[in-house]
Design a protein around this ligand. Structure first.
Ligand code: DGP
Length: 115
């Protein structure tokens, strides 16, 4: 049996995380290494390793994740001030966890381009 990745273990409550929202399709929790006052991870419960593996059948799920991001951004008070949604895919983008996730980052001003 392949080893569960860390986010699957959070979904299955095998390791702790500060969970802000959950429904049947997704989970939102605080990043353990926050880069801003608001730094959340929005993940599907479905095990999709990266954006390279998103399938046609996942289109509605991805839309649901973005609607969740919009709602959580409002709840966190960053919808007006602004926030960044980051998806790291693969080694050049420093993806470290092979479970699709969107970083929702806000609460401070940011620069562009990213490092
Ligand atoms: P990346 O794969 O580079 O897009 O980033 C993965 C993020 O996941 C990174 O910002 C740190 C976070 N992270 C890694 N392990 C854990 C964990 O066990 N708990 C939580 N809450 N976050 C984690």
């Amino acid at each position: 049996m392949p080893e569960k990745n860390i986010f699957k273990r959070i979904i299955d409550r095998e390791i702790e995380a500060e969970i802000l929202f959950e429904d049947d399709r997704c989970l939102v929790f605080r990043d353990i290494m926050p880069q801003a006052p608001v730094h959340l991870l929005v993940i599907p419960k479905k095990e999709i390793p990266s954006s390279n593996e998103i399938a046609e059948e996942d289109a509605e799920l991805i839309g649901h994740l973005f609607l969740t991001i919009r709602r959580i951004a409002e709840e966190q008070g960053v919808a007006e001030s602004g926030y960044r949604v980051v998806l790291n895919c693969g080694p050049d983008a420093t993806q470290t966890v092979r479970h699709l996730h969107f970083h929702l980052i806000g609460g401070r001003s940011m620069s562009w381009p990213p490092g």
